[in-house]
Ligand binder design. Structure first.
Ligand code: GAL
Length: 428
């Protein structure tokens, strides 16, 4: 190491902890945020007051608010195509007949929060004004409207290709550079006003954002390109997330992108795996679907209280894959069958039939964090309960079981271990 570089390293580490502490000090992002986003509903057409207020009403009538769903987030296309004469963003008067503040106020009155979307480049991905050169002014507007959440995208940013394309294949520099002005504006607003804007970075995981997102005052950051609501997206995003869980925790979480339940390309089994994996990986749970047309089976999945509680567990520790004796080799880009995560009062085991239907069995002694002994367990989707030295469940293709292992009953270190019997049955 060069002389002086260790001092620099210490300084950098101190600074990064300072920023993390700053982010924690806001009280924001201590657990993954929960909400709804307009984007997957009807893209640009759903970026309106009507969709925001309908979603807020549905949060109440469907019981979502009581379960912790909180943010009503409007995505791309909410403004007009041009700024006004003083460089201000203008809410589209057709989509927002009474402006943004009236809607934010109403949503606040319902005990919910309101989010908007912007972009670091010259334009948003759908070609509305971007914040390049306008960060301070744009944040002033957000603060004035009472916006609680700001998703910040990465289109039309500096690129070696000219003119800049929507999604740059060969960036002219690092995302950090063009996200810095917005970081500064958000941090200044937090320091100067009562505003506590949740800063969500949407650079699709570029430049290892999970390593510096928290230092940028963000409470969450996208780790991948979009969830397109098909099985391939679920496999791609879940396997990306599995490799970087160590960067996610209270104060700043990996954002696996909106939940695309209700997509015609996913069946109910795949929806259960999608929701269950996002939850145990401690991703934000943001419903990207039309709440007016939600099916009974999708509603049942997204209102699973036990799984939501696991997602919101105060430790905020994402689950990881683990390989039990005889477990298969991980296959890149495929969903591994065995996952485990620590909880305040136990562990969660995720069993994923990502590549094959069948019986999935585990001895608890082979699960990191558990010892040789008998434990009580509950499966969250089927409400099946049991106890013993392990668990064994039949799972259909692409389905998932989320098993919370709770109380330790007694040690069997001197007794040969065996799997538990049928659910709820004592097997000694
Ligand atoms: C993408 C982003 C999507 C959505 C879309 C809007 O870059 O990943 O989540 O926000 O832009 O144009």
């Amino acid at each position: 190491m060069e002389p002086g570089s260790s001092t620099l390293l210490t300084l950098l580490i101190t600074l990064s902890w300072f920023h993390l502490a700053e982010s924690l000090g806001t009280g924001l992002g201590l657990s993954p945020h929960m909400g709804w986003s307009s984007w997957n509903v009807k893209q640009c057409d759903s970026a309106s007051a009507k969709y925001a207020l309908d979603a807020a009403d549905k949060f109440i009538s469907l019981g979502l608010k009581d379960l912790g769903y909180e943010y009503i987030n409007i995505d791309d296309c909410w403004s007009t195509k041009e700024r006004d004469g003083s460089g201000k963003l203008v809410p589209d008067p057709v989509k927002w007949p009474n402006g943004i503040k009236a809607v934010a106020d109403r949503i606040h009155d319902m005990g919910l929060k309101f989010g908007l979307y912007g972009c670091a480049g010259q334009m948003t991905c759908a070609e509305f004004p971007g914040s390049e050169g306008y960060a301070v002014s744009d944040v002033d507007q957000l603060v004035g409207w009472g916006v609680d959440f700001w998703k910040f995208d990465n289109c039309y940013t500096p690129c070696k290709v000219n003119p800049r394309p929507q999604t740059c294949p060969d960036p002219a520099g690092n995302t950090k550079t063009w996200y810095a002005p917005m970081r500064d504006a958000i941090l200044a607003a937090r320091a100067r006003t009562a505003s506590q804007i949740h800063f969500n970075l949407c650079n699709w995981g570029r430049d290892e954002v999970y390593k510096w997102g928290a230092q940028y005052g963000a409470q969450s950051w996208r780790i991948s390109e979009d969830n397109y609501g098909d099985w391939a997206s679920i496999e791609r995003i879940a396997s990306t997330a599995a490799d970087i869980t160590q960067y996610s925790g209270p104060g700043g979480f990996n954002d696996l992108d909106m939940l695309y339940l209700g997509s015609p390309k996913l069946n109910t089994r795949q929806e259960r795996l999608h929701f269950g994996l996002w939850a145990i990986l401690k991703s934000p749970l943001v419903l990207g679907l039309d709440l007016s047309n939600i099916s009974a089976s999708t509603l049942e999945i997204v209102t699973n209280r036990g799984i939501i509680e696991i997602n919101q567990d105060p430790l905020g520790k994402p689950a990881n894959t683990f390989r039990p004796p005889g477990g298969p080799e991980p296959v890149k880009g495929k969903i591994y069958p065995y996952w485990v995560g620590e909880l305040k009062d136990g562990v969660v085991i995720g069993l994923c039939a990502g590549t094959a239907a069948g019986r999935y069995s585990l001895e608890f002694r082979d699960v990191p964090g558990l010892g040789r002994g008998w434990y009580e367990w509950t499966e969250m989707y089927t409400a099946q309960t049991g106890w013993g030295s392990g668990v064994s469940l039949d799972i259909g293709l692409h389905d998932m079981r989320v098993v919370k292992v709770g109380s330790f009953i007694f040690s069997t270190s001197n007794i040969p271990s065996r799997l538990s019997g049928p659910a709820g049955k004592r097997d000694y």
